[in-house]
Design a protein around this ligand. Structure first.
Ligand code: HSE
Length: 434
């Protein structure tokens, strides 16, 4: 039986999951592939920690070059994450004609162009299903299942840590800091959770999906990114009162001319499926001209769920190797020559409904002053709630939902409102996604 030889760089949570899957499920993989997948070298800076899987002596090394330069390695799996040295390792592996499997969304979001071009030039495959949505087969779906569909929008909960925090805050009276600490204690959130809670991880993922959906490179730095650290329990309670849930959404919409790509907390009507995806789960919705809406839900992180996506990519590459097929499914979804730059829409141009939470002095004329400013900027109010007086006597929360308005007008109005003497805190703005 043919053996596909794999070298692994990064023996952490996902890496050890990959090795475990290849050991525990080797028979079913053989039955389906008609070949065995064998890990022949594993590189990690730490080769003494017990990873919970047995590996043959001599397989482990601290030197990544032993994987990259190994003459028998067919596929290099990169699971160290981050920009460097992952970028250099992948480019070297490609130069050495190794196929690549990676879960590295940060690298693909920032340096996708360079990596895809190098892979194309060297006729090697690059699999990255594990980079977005863990076990959810969103990349394979876009590239293969939806190959005939004109995608109009992709929208989703793409970070389990942020979703866990928002779900827990929504379940009870827990504030952001308490829930974050609990998530860290349970091992859901990283010791440095910045990328997860500030939306950067979700932005990396929507950049990867935008490229595949519309066949365009995306300049990562042009994506509007806002995280969840400014969301309070009060906002979550107010959202419930209006019939909404707050989720961190990654959004990419194409109107045929420009793409609106952004990451921010959003209010979702509570009867929508996306509003009810809780805990560490991810959910990704694809809208197109043929099937309207399709939502894929599943585990977006974790050793075995993400490991299974990595192994599936290795098997796809192995199938291509065995059948002699090359680039059967283009790694960027579109033929390389058809990848063309589509402009990104400026954030000020987007339109939608808005949740606004003001913190104001409770005295006559304040509400009419605020609504006057909103009216002057062509913003129409849909509903208003004034909450009970705050204990410290510093003011009251005044909460509004608007009808459809332009972001540009909302920002201009908030600048005026925030400067009012009766407004004691910066207004909280949460966009509504229906
Ligand atoms: N840290 C991510 C999450 C998983 O919390 O969803 C890896 O992308």
């Amino acid at each position: 039986m043919k053996s596909i030889k794999v070298g692994l760089i990064g023996f952490g949570t996902i890496g050890s999951g990959v090795v475990k899957i290849l050991q525990d499920n080797q028979n079913i993989i053989k039955d389906r592939l008609g070949a065995s997948v064998d890990v022949i070298k594993i590189a990690d800076l730490d080769i003494t920690t017990d990873r919970g899987v047995n590996v043959k002596p001599g397989i482990l090394t601290t030197d990544a070059d032993e994987v990259l330069d190994h003459p028998e390695v067919d596929v290099v799996i990169e699971l160290i994450g981050g920009y460097e040295p992952a970028r250099s390792f992948i480019l070297k592996a490609i130069k050495n004609k190794k196929h690549i499997v990676t879960a590295n969304k940060a690298l693909l979001a920032k340096h996708g162009e360079e990596v895809f071009t190098a892979a194309g030039k060297n006729n090697v495959g690059i699999g990255f299903e594990a980079s977005v949505g863990g076990a959810i087969p969103i990349i394979r779906s876009i590239k293969e299942a939806f190959v005939a569909n004109r995608i109009q929008a992709i929208e989703g909960i793409m970070n389990g840590t942020a979703n866990y925090i928002l779900s827990k805050m929504s379940d009870g009276d827990h504030d952001f800091d308490t829930v974050l600490k609990e998530a860290q204690d349970k091992g859901y959130a990283e010791a440095d959770p910045t990328f997860d809670i500030e939306g950067i991880d979700s932005a990396h993922k929507i950049a990867v999906l935008t490229r595949l959906a519309y066949g365009t490179p995306v300049n990562f730095d042009d994506i509007y990114v806002q995280g969840i650290s400014g969301i309070s329990t009060l906002d979550i309670k107010c959202a419930h009162e209006f019939g909404y849930r707050i989720k961190l959404l990654a959004i990419s919409k194409f109107d045929g001319k420009a793409i609106d790509v952004r990451v921010h907390p959003a209010m979702i009507p509570e009867d929508k499926p996306m509003a009810n995806v809780n805990g560490v789960l991810n959910a990704i919705m694809v809208c197109d001209d043929l099937m309207e809406e399709n939502i894929l839900v599943g585990h977006g992180a974790g050793s075995l769920p993400t490991g299974s996506a990595v192994v599936a990519d290795v098997v796809e590459i192995a199938r291509n190797m065995i059948s002699g097929a090359q680039d059967r499914v283009p790694s960027q979804s579109f033929q390389e020559s058809n990848v063309q730059s589509i402009p990104l829409k400026d954030m000020s141009e987007i339109e939608g409904e808005y949740f606004l939470r003001f913190w104001v002095q409770d005295k006559p004329g304040v509400l009419s002053h605020i609504s006057g400013i909103l009216g002057n900027h062509d913003i129409s109010i849909e509903s208003v709630i004034q909450r009970i007086k705050d204990d410290n006597g510093q003011g009251v929360p005044l909460v509004m939902m608007t009808h459809d308005a332009r972001e540009k007008n909302i920002q201009a109005a908030l600048k005026e409102i925030n400067a009012m003497e009766e407004v004691s805190e910066q207004t909280v703005l949460i966009r509504v996604e229906k």
